[in-house]
Design a protein around this ligand. Structure first.
Ligand code: NAD
Length: 308
């Protein structure tokens, strides 16, 4: 028996910036795939490239796959894919696992899990961190919310996409953790950008500042992996949408509300990120947040005169 016949067919829904990279790792892991995206041209291209089948609807995908993965923008869209017209929910095989890898809202995840359980399948949340660059090389940091049985079922496929899997607890806990991670990331980005704005007005060189931050205690993921690459270069193409960041911060604040946790810094963070979203409009990269910070500061981040 070939290795492939021993492995379950994986259904993958949502072939965007992240999904298209993740699905390639699953194919390299020796799994047969059935894929779906509302962007049918993109889905067709990827299916041809990977030798995967193309699903016509979520139900069509679910009926053939013991493992179904979603990598979609929001929980509302996942809910529609599961329970809307031609949804995957009714077509899931008994005993199938539905791995929700999008960055979702914990309460909605728990609700969907309950509905799926009634149909004899299991849902687990397994959001990721690391962005497109790490997705391409199978180096994502994966968080997992779900039972031991669900984990045993999901782990082999997850290992094709990530180098670290941390179990966070019950269903929904991984989505909560992911939103809180992005809250920290969003705050780190903002304070770093403001430091660059203050520093360049003082006369410091922006590239030198990033070098010093990265050698010092001010270092964070944005100083290391975003400022030179996407902000100072003015490329603004990190591959993670501003709209998605605002969504994640909103989920984190929702958890703060539900747990009655006073979080004024997080609230200010949301105000600034959603202010940028309103100012720039939809469809921008999250690193373009800097343009809003520049507006508030009254000057752009520029290298010092005579600087590098
Ligand atoms: P994206 O917008 O690039 O891709 C989403 C894909 O879903 C698109 O191809 C879109 O056509 C498809 N889609 C939308 N509605 C659909 C539907 N009803 N049925 C089928 N396909 C549908 O988004 P992304 O950056 O890949 O992010 C996906 C998820 O992963 C989000 O929840 C995001 O917050 C999270 N995430 C993104 C990153 C990143 O760096 N981009 C990192 C970690 C987590």
């Amino acid at each position: 028996m070939s290795e492939q016949t021993l492995k379950p067919t994986v259904g993958f829904i949502g072939l965007g910036a992240m999904g298209s990279a993740m699905v390639k790792r699953i194919a390299e892991g020796g799994y047969r795939l059935k894929v779906l995206d509302v962007d049918t041209e993109r889905a067709g291209r990827l299916a041809r490239e990977l030798g995967a089948s193309l699903a016509a609807t979520p139900a069509d995908l679910a009926q053939d796959c013991a493992v179904v993965i979603t990598m979609l923008p929001t929980s509302a869209i996942v809910e529609d894919v599961l329970f809307g017209t031609n949804g995957a929910g009714d077509a899931l095989q008994p005993g199938a696992i539905f791995i929700e890898m999008s960055s979702g809202a914990p309460a909605q995840t728990v609700e969907m899990a309950t509905r799926i359980t009634k149909r004899g399948a299991t849902l687990a949340d397994a959001p990721v961190s690391g962005g497109v660059a790490r997705a391409r090389v199978g180096d994502l940091a994966i968080m997992f919310g779900g039972s031991d049985e669900a984990y045993a079922q999901a782990e082999p496929v997850l290992r094709t996409m990530g180098s670290s899997i941390v179990r966070t607890g019950a269903i929904g806990s991984a989505h909560a953790m992911k939103a809180l991670n992005n809250l920290v990331s969003a705050g780190g980005f903002l304070i770093g950008a403001e430091a660059l704005l203050i520093g360049t007005r003082f006369g410091l060189d922006a590239e030198t500042m990033v070098d010093v931050l990265n050698a010092s205690t001010g270092m964070n993921n944005s100083t290391q992996k975003k400022f030179k690459q996407f902000v100072l270069s003015r490329k603004f193409d990190a591959g993670f949408g501003l709209d998605l960041m605002v969504k994640d911060i909103g989920i984190a604040l929702g958890i703060a509300d539900k747990t009655e946790t006073g979080a004024p810094f997080a609230a200010l963070c949301r105000q600034l990120w959603s202010g940028a979203q309103k100012h720039l409009g939809p469809g921008h990269d999250h690193t373009e947040m800097v343009k809003f910070s520049e507006l508030l500061a009254g000057s752009p981040i520029t290298p010092a005169a005579g600087g590098k």
